[in-house]
Write a protein that binds this ligand. Structure first.
Ligand code: GTP
Ligand code: MG
Length: 317
């Protein structure tokens, strides 16, 4: 099994080729810290999809650091940039665990996954199921995507592979009812975490966004305080569009955390800075592949290191 450190490194490979190598080139070209240098850094950050608002914030912070610490040579900016990136990645975070604390005493949790079509919701759900199992707890799945023909078969394949109970209904059934049944089945089977898969929907489809609010409300009828977590899955390859998706989804349901999927397939991984800075919703997990183990818990320090192109040796995990 790959170490955590190797996985982050691989997950960031394409982003590094733009962001880290770009920064490296600018900072090692000699000369002084001048306006040209800031402009070149700006271009690199924008190319890596850090987005304008976060890029300008980052560069303003950098200028302040240069002044405060009296930095003179461009290479000295690297550590400063790493620290600023880390502090951006900490924005909006708390130390709670979206899957609930380890151990069985913590009470049943209901976790709902939402997002646009094809972003990686179902795959992420499978990865989270595995995580809960690896922790020695029992998950259960409710297949509330009753819209797409192949959705329930796709979940069945995962459920068989992972050995987890799946609650499903026929195609076209009310997704809220399936969520309700899933929570009740979780209660009957004494499951620790109930995962609810939902159908992909565009943030512009207001009827489907309303349906999502309804599924959310029905969860609360099945169990007080449910769902405890609403995870919005975003596709890292779409860059800045992820921000507008998150804003609209947040209006329909109280998004409590973000999963950034497909980081391995994009050079636009800089968007993780924009997500942390602009949304103030914590990034909880990052997807770095299609397999059940290709999910990383989000760690601001390791990810800042990854963006800047240097990953500190971390304990294997
Ligand atoms: N490389 C890579 N591929 C991923 C990742 N997460 C998901 N995928 C792939 O993305 C495709 C879509 O994933 P799904 O999990 O079906 O996405 P979804 O959001 O459930 O899709 P709908 O239910 O149709 O809206 C699949 O081919 C997945 O294998 C990831 O982190 N990295
Ligand atoms: Mg799906």
């Amino acid at each position: 099994m790959k170490s955590l450190f190797k996985k982050i490194k691989d997950g960031f490979k394409k982003t590094q080729s733009v962001v880290s190598e770009g920064i490296q080139q600018v900072l090692t070209r000699g000369g002084k810290i001048d306006e040209d240098l800031y402009e070149e850094l700006e271009a690199v950050l924008l190319r890596g999809d850090v987005g304008p608002a976060t890029t300008y914030y980052l560069l303003d912070e950098l200028r302040a650091r240069v002044k405060k610490d009296k930095l003179e040579s461009p290479v000295e900016l690297r550590d400063a940039m790493r620290e600023i990136m880390e502090s951006i990645l900490r924005q909006g975070r708390d130390e709670s665990d979206p899957l609930g604390p380890s151990g069985h005493a913590s009470g049943r949790r209901v976790v709902m996954l939402v997002g646009v079509n094809g972003v990686g919701k179902t795959t992420t759900l499978a990865k989270l199921v595995k995580r809960v199992q690896d922790d020695g707890r029992t998950p259960i799945i409710a297949a509330s995507d009753t819209f797409r023909a192949a959705a329930s078969e796709q979940l069945e394949v995962w459920a068989d592979r992972l050995g987890v109970h799946l609650v499903k209904s026929e195609r076209g059934a009310d997704p809220g009812a399936v969520a309700f049944d899933g929570i009740k089945a979780g209660e009957a089977r004494n499951a620790d975490v109930v995962f609810i898969d939902t159908a992909g929907r565009l943030q512009t489809q207001s009827n489907l966004m309303e349906e999502l609010s309804k599924i959310h409300r029905v969860c609360g009828k099945a169990m007080d305080d449910a769902p405890h977590e609403v995870l919005l899955v975003l596709d890292a390859t779409i860059g800045q569009n992820a921000i507008s998706q998150a804003k609209v989804f947040s209006e329909a349901v109280p998004v409590s955390g973000i999963v950034l999927a497909k980081l391995d397939g994009t050079s636009k991984g800089g968007v993780i800075l924009a997500i942390s800075h602009e949304l103030k919703i914590p990034v909880r997990f990052v997807g770095v592949g299609e397999k059940a183990e290709d999910l990383l818990e989000f760690d601001p320090k390791l990810f800042a290191d990854g963006l800047i192109g240097e990953i500190a040796e971390a304990p294997a995990g």
